[in-house]
Design a protein around this ligand. Structure first.
Ligand code: IMP
Length: 224
């Protein structure tokens, strides 16, 4: 049995997601804390994706619906909703990130931002500023907890494929300082992808920056 903050942690959390990339990241983040993450699969069409401009409202609605599919009556369940928010597009695609990725993809986003270029590298990053945001909602059998996380960065001008999923081929995170906090665009930090998009780095590097990890940490801080 593992002790974290004086508490024994030996639990299975059922994660409602069809996205293998999210599942692997959650397993990576939770394993050191003594949680085993298993995928919760519900019948096709069992969940209704609510129409809302808020990641938080969507995550909470999905969690409420998922309660009807608990593997055991006292199971802990978790849902996550995330997206890419592009500053120059007033936050688009945001809650529509999944749909937009399936339709126009990373190449379509690059076309939408094609006019946002600068010779000056710092200005270039500022023009193309964006962030990943994640909301994770968890039901521990008695209460609901909600964690929020953000990963600020910018969008590259070209695709860098190989690792990750979704918009990772074009998303470059801001460097982090010694305390893991994001630095202003153009400042070099002790943790850096050196201008490479997440698509070009291993999952354990992305882990340092991840909005999903931050949301999980924020959630774990709230658990009793
Ligand atoms: P949803 O939360 O399943 O509605 O989907 C969120 C969408 O945002 C994903 O399908 C991806 O397109 C995008 N997204 C969220 N997090 C990430 C990430 O860590 N990397 C790349 N794309 C992401």
């Amino acid at each position: 049995m593992l002790l974290v903050g004086g508490r024994s942690m030996e639990a299975t959390v059922w994660f409602l997601t069809g996205n293998q990339g999210k599942l692997e990241e959650a397993q990576l983040h939770f394993a050191p804390l003594g949680y085993e993450i298993k995928q919760l699969v519900v019948p096709e069409g069992a969940l209704v994706e609510p129409q809302s401009a808020s990641l938080q409202d969507i995550a909470i609605s999905k969690l409420e619906q998922a309660k009807a599919h608990l593997p055991t009556p006292d199971a802990m369940i978790m849902v996550e909703d995330s997206g890419l928010f592009i500053n120059a597009l007033d936050g688009f695609p945001g809650v529509y990130s999944s749909y937009v990725h399936d339709t126009i993809g990373c190449q379509g986003i690059l076309r939408l931002l094609a006019h946002l270029e600068s010779e000056d590298p710092v200005q270039h990053k500022k023009l193309r500023a964006a962030s990943y945001r994640a909301v994770i909602a968890m039901w521990n059998g008695t209460s609901m907890y909600v964690g929020l996380g953000e990963c600020p960065g910018s969008l590259a001008s070209e695709m860098h494929e190989g690792h990750g999923f979704g918009y990772d081929p074009i998303f470059v995170p801001l460097d982090l300082d010694d305390f893991g906090q994001p630095l202003p665009a153009g400042e070099l930090g002790s943790t850096s992808t050196h201008g490479t998009a997440f698509g070009g780095v291993e999952i354990d590097i992305k882990h340092h920056f991840s909005h999903r990890r931050r949301a999980l940490e924020n959630l774990l801080e709230q658990l009793p």
